[in-house]
Write a protein that binds this ligand. Structure first.
Ligand SMILES: Cc1cc2nc3c(=O)[nH]c(=O)nc-3n(C[C@H](O)[C@H](O)[C@H](O)COP(=O)(O)OP(=O)(O)OC[C@H]3O[C@@H](n4cnc5c(N)ncnc54)[C@H](O)[C@@H]3O)c2cc1C
Ligand SMILES: *[C@@H]1O[C@H](CO)[C@@H](O)[C@H](O)[C@H]1NC(C)=O
Ligand SMILES: *[C@@H]1O[C@H](CO)[C@@H](O)[C@H](O)[C@H]1NC(C)=O
Ligand SMILES: *[C@@H]1O[C@H](CO)[C@@H](O)[C@H](O)[C@H]1NC(C)=O
Ligand SMILES: *[C@@H]1O[C@H](CO)[C@@H](O)[C@H](O)[C@H]1NC(C)=O
Ligand SMILES: *[C@@H]1O[C@H](CO)[C@@H](O)[C@H](O)[C@H]1NC(C)=O
Ligand SMILES: *[C@@H]1O[C@H](CO)[C@@H](O)[C@H](O)[C@H]1NC(C)=O
Ligand SMILES: *[C@@H]1O[C@H](CO)[C@@H](O)[C@H](O)[C@H]1NC(C)=O
Ligand SMILES: *[C@@H]1O[C@H](CO)[C@@H](O)[C@H](O)[C@H]1NC(C)=O
Ligand SMILES: *[C@@H]1O[C@H](CO)[C@@H](O)[C@H](O)[C@H]1NC(C)=O
Ligand SMILES: *[C@@H]1O[C@H](CO)[C@@H](O)[C@H](O)[C@H]1NC(C)=O
Ligand SMILES: *[C@@H]1O[C@H](CO)[C@@H](O)[C@H](O)[C@H]1NC(C)=O
Length: 611
């Protein structure tokens, strides 16, 4: 995510008529899949239904759970989702336009963080999808699993081997449907088919449109600087280090989300699957007879609408994501008594770690002027060009440069050197010796380009941050935002590691392969910048990845710390689970949607096994 500069200025207005013409085309192209059993408001929900399971949040993981539970025709499931459907939304369908889904919008939670002490006190916008499919309906589509060591560490710290790399393999296969790229280019030598699933539900593909000026030079770098940047046929094999071709959740030039896949036409018509949109859950209520059961769910369409109630007969599953989940637990009296008492909320279940220990990756983008006009910068700046490409995308059903994610032809996974100050003065926070500290996406353009110039951008993510933040209540109204403290760059390690990351990027673009192509940096950061200049640059320009985890973390059964057991049951509560990103005790060395899909698949299996 960038720090959101508004790149759409006056040029926008004069092209409205063009856009209207296009919009009618867009409507024709996106309309079609009829929605059965998706209700837009509570009055449409038949009153005589009963539900075995209530899934709160129709997001990335929630839709996986709803799909898998309703494979059993004797289970009935209700999904309660705060937002509407993305059906027919152009910007949520065209992969390149994911760059537009970062602003305040009726389809977003519009979060703002508290001032970040590590970022010179800036309060940042923090977009999250408030829409069916959740963040999978608006994320950047990168499909990155992390290292096998990331998952083996989950097994280790939870005492449940079911979270290890070997044991999650069936869930990878259930989730993934490897798909040919839109342009049907020969993909031999660009991925390893042996490590992918071809019969799952959610589509994954290589880029369906080439960026030759950049991608060919990246391959040259892997030959020229093979010690630091070796070619890796497939960074999703469990061994991630090196440079590999980017894989994305894209199906023929269109976003593949948990909405388009797990709620696809073949599933959404199931008689036992019910989805209520525009239903924001405000709290869970104890079920009369048993104080450790929270099977009644209270919800409302908006702040002023009447509160409704619905009760599950078997289990409630919380899938409201790393911000929503701790907020909902706290509003329900499940959390740290010291915090709850400040709001006059009675603590019903004492779990001090709810909302604590938030982890997220800081990200820094470095742009370089290039000697080419064949970049994506003009798609963002030139509305005529953009309109032409929308037309092409519609007429060819997904072809062209809009059918790929803007975020990289390749991903580079690098470790800090052993003698770096970061590792000499701190324990290594990576899950193991083959886990990357730094992930760099190589982009054929700048997603917020200045008015002039063409760029190549390296987006550096510190995948192994040691800073931790928190989610706390701000008021007792469930429709108010919580306090989101990402805690970015609050440890020395994180700042030192990003300094190293800048060095990695400088060595990458310093390869001879870029001679005559990379002209120079857009920023004034160079190889001779001082430590103080680097630190000032890092603190002024770092932005958060959308990869928050750990706010309702797993820990071993019986442990005093953590929020859920390894079977995802909330500690001390009988029939309540959390199935979403919040349960991951560490952020993987990756973007997080893969891990969340996996958690959804295994979570659903654990629930099925219990019933
Ligand atoms: C801007 C951005 C870019 C990203 N890019 C990538 C990427 O390129 N690759 C990648 O792998 N990952 C990416 N991620 C991360 C990834 O998308 C998330 O980790 C993942 O989707 C989270 O899934 P989840 O199920 O935990 O939560 P979500 O998908 O957010 O689902 C939570 C759902 O619950 C709903 N909800 C919340 N509260 C309530 C309530 N009280 N009542 C009812 N419903 C509620 C929400 O509306 C939402 O639909 C990105 C994230 C963001 C924000
Ligand atoms: C609920 O009522 C509707 C009519 O209002 C009926 O069609 C449906 O079969 C009923 N469902 C159940 C589960 O009783
Ligand atoms: C997509 O986003 C762009 C940029 O914010 C905006 O101008 C356009 O109206 C959006 N399109 C739709 C169909 O919402
Ligand atoms: C987010 O902001 C938009 C205005 O841009 C508004 O319509 C919407 O209601 C807001 N959403 C929330 C959850 O506050
Ligand atoms: C976790 O890893 C540590 C260090 O390798 C090891 O000593 C410990 O036994 C492991 N614990 C479990 C539960 O696997
Ligand atoms: C694809 O490329 C590989 C290696 O470059 C080659 O062996 C193979 O024949 C090609 N496949 C097709 C269908 O052209
Ligand atoms: C936060 O996570 C770390 C690593 O798992 C753990 O050591 C620590 O106890 C956790 N702290 C809290 C408050 O949960
Ligand atoms: C914008 O794109 C159109 C169509 O490709 C092109 O004709 C025009 O010259 C471009 N404008 C600028 C300022 O580059
Ligand atoms: C680390 O070692 C490499 C050689 O392996 C050397 O080039 C580099 O300068 C050293 N870095 C530091 C910080 O000492
Ligand atoms: C927290 O609530 C106060 C009012 O009680 C409000 O002024 C402030 O903006 C809120 N903070 C956030 C981050 O919403
Ligand atoms: C830009 O590329 C052209 C060839 O495409 C080359 O002739 C020229 O020297 C390059 N310019 C610079 C400043 O490297
Ligand atoms: C780099 O530019 C920033 C403003 O963009 C300025 O504050 C800083 O002093 C400059 N640093 C150097 C080393 O020139």
């Amino acid at each position: 995510m960038q720090r959101y500069k508004n790149v759409f200025s006056e040029t926008q207005a004069c092209k409205i008529s063009d856009m209207l013409l296009l919009l009618s085309l867009v409507f024709l192209s996106l309309a079609g899949t009829a929605l059965a059993d998706i209700y837009n408001n509570v009055d449409e929900l038949p009153r005589n239904l009963t539900f075995d399971f209530i899934v709160i949040g129709g997001g990335t993981a929630g839709n996986v759970v709803a799909n898998r539970l309703t494979e059993n025709p004797s289970f009935s499931v209700l999904v309660l989702e705060a937002g509407p459907s993305p059906e027919g939304q152009l910007n949520h369908t065209v992969p390149f336009f994911s760059i537009f889904l970062r602003e305040q919008s009726p389809l977003d939670w519009n979060y703002t963080t508290v001032p970040q002490v590590g970022l010179d006190g800036s309060a940042l916008q923090y977009p999250r999808g408030r829409i069916l499919g959740g963040c999978s309906s608006m994320n950047r589509l990168a499909y990155v699993r992390g290292s096998s060591e990331d998952y083996d560490r989950y097994a280790n710290v939870t005492g449940d081997n079911g979270w290890s790399w070997n044991e999650i393999q069936p869930y990878i296969r259930k989730n993934e449907r490897w798909t040919s790229p839109t342009d049907n280019h020969n993909t031999s030598g660009q991925f390893n088919p042996a490590v992918h699933g071809f019969h799952g539900i959610n589509s994954v593909s290589l880029a369906g449109f080439p960026s030759p000026t950049v991608q060919d030079r990246v391959i040259q770098v892997t030959e020229e600087l093979s010690d630091e940047f070796p070619f890796n046929l497939d960074y999703n094999s469990g061994f991630q280090l090196g440079v590999g071709w980017a894989q994305s959740t894209i199906k023929h030039g269109k976003r593949s989300s948990s909405f388009t896949s797990y709620l696809g036409p073949e599933f959404v018509g199931r008689q036992n699957l019910h989805i209520l949109l525009n239903a924001q859950v405000t709290r869970l209520l104890q079920t009369n007879s048993d104080p450790t059961e929270f099977l009644t769910v209270e919800f409302a369409e908006n702040k002023d609408a009447p509160r409704q109630r619905v009760t599950a007969t078997k289990e409630v599953i919380i899938s409201t994501g790393s911000v929503g989940t701790p907020t909902l637990l706290l509003n329900s009296g499940i959390g740290d008594p010291n915090q709850l008492s400040r709001f006059g909320i009675k603590t019903l279940i004492n779990i001090p770690d709810v909302g604590k220990n938030l982890s997220n990756q800081p990200m820094l983008t470095l742009s370089y002027f290039v000697n080419s006009t064949n970049t994506f910068d003009d798609i963002i700046r030139n509305l005529t060009l953009r309109s032409e490409l929308i037309r092409q995308w519609i007429e060819t059903d997904g072809d062209g440069p809009l059918g790929i994610g803007p975020y990289g032809t390749h991903q580079v996974f690098t470790r800090l050197s052993k003698n770096s100050t970061a590792l000499e003065t701190n324990p290594d926070p990576a899950a193991g010796p083959n886990t990357a500290h730094i992930q760099s996406g190589i982009q054929n353009g700048d997603i917020s380009p200045p008015p002039e110039g063409h760029f190549m951008t390296i987006s550096l993510s510190l995948n192994t941050p040691t800073s931790r933040g928190s989610i706390q209540l701000n008021t007792t109204d469930a429709f108010d935002q919580p306090l989101i403290d990402l805690g970015l760059l609050t440890t020395d390690f994180d700042v030192l590691a990003l300094k190293e990351g800048i060095g990695i990027a400088q060595r990458f673009v310093g390869a001879r392969a870029w001679d005559g192509y990379v002209l120079g940096p857009l920023s004034n950061i160079t190889a001779s910048s001082t430590d103080a200049e680097l630190e000032a640059f890092i603190r002024a320009n770092t932005s958060p990845n959308g990869h928050i985890v750990s706010t309702a973390s797993m820990s071993p059964k019986g442990a005093q710390h953590g929020v859920v057991d390894p079977d995802l049951r909330v500690k001390g509560i009988a029939r309540l689970r959390v199935v979403d990103a919040s349960i991951l005790p560490f952020v993987p060395s990756a973007n997080t949607q893969f891990a969340v899909y996996m958690v959804g698949e295994r979570g659903a299996d654990l629930i099925k096994a219990a019933w």
